[in-house]
Write a protein that binds this ligand. Sequence first.
Ligand code: AMP
Length: 190
Amino acid sequence: MLNLLLFGPPGAGKGTQANLLIEKYNLMHLSTGDILRSEIAAGTSLGLKAKTLMDRGDLVPDEVVIGMISSKLDNNPSANGFIFDGFPRTTAQAEALDNMLAKKGTTIAGMLSLKVEDEELIRRLLSRGKDSGRADDQDESIIANRINEYNTKTAPLKEYYSAQNKLSEIEGDGTIEDISQKLYTVIDTL
Ligand code: AMP
């Protein structure tokens, strides 16, 4: 199995690159943000609870996203591997993921961390918000809160995976193709 973490702040291009990587390496894309948005669209009680937090740009509780990932892993036993996008976002989530994968006899091959300056993130998110209709992409104070959540709770995970020798940092500026080529080069060494 090839399990990859696509990491980086909101607006770094994780979703865009994940869509290219799943094609090239025949992997399954697991985005907790996408799963949460489909729960909201389906009007489930989980979706309703998560929406208030997501609209503010706050993280949803660890047990909610860990449960979602756990059932995706259980329901796809014959996958070639997974690309985790937007998960894990806290140390508790990273530890839970390591445990879930270990129980299945597999592990994370590498963390691919996209690096983009804050001003560029804000520009990209506001531009995406015009098309996507995502409330959390349309308001600069919500975007600032998401970047702050990333810096305080999520960015420390680089240390966590670096301690396991799994961290690769990739400049997330440039064209989509430039960035995907850099990702392929790293992945092909894993
Ligand atoms: P994203 O689509 O990854 O930008 O996520 C959108 C929102 O969903 C985030 O701002 C959080 O409110 C929530 N979310 C997505 N993934 C997670 C996660 N792994 N842990 C906590 N909250 C999450």
